[in-house]
Write a new protein. Structure first.
Length: 111
């Protein structure tokens, strides 16, 4: 778990399960707000389910990044979580890659 600077332009987040997910998302948002110059990849490998509170934090993070012209990319999203995104219509808002290597490569090609 944790937040790491993958490069000067990308933060990689290994998201923990609930209930720790909310605190981790809060920390990522604060780091991103302070930096203001990075894209974020969120790895859902350890996540089984996402609560409405965490969905709200993910939306806030996405808005913060989009307002600065940066991207939020999810990867390794479990089928159940993808289902939640689909049912809530968030699958059209969040960018999802198969794994962290695809997500990172996609961001590095643009940067």
């Amino acid at each position: 778990m944790g937040i790491q600077n993958w490069s000067e332009e990308i933060i990689l987040v290994d998201l923990p399960q609930e209930p720790d997910m909310g605190e981790e998302l809060k920390n990522v948002t604060e780091i991103t707000r302070d930096r203001g110059d990075c894209d974020v990849v969120v790895d859902f490998s350890n996540v089984d389910i996402v609560t409405s509170s965490s969905l709200s934090k993910l939306l806030k993070l996405r808005k913060l990044l989009a307002d600065c012209g940066h991207r939020l990319v999810f990867c390794n999203v479990a089928a159940a979580t993808r289902g939640i995104f689909t049912v809530t219509g968030l699958d059209g808002i969040f960018e999802i890659a198969e794994d962290k290597f695809v997500a990172l490569a996609g961001l590095q090609l643009v940067n």
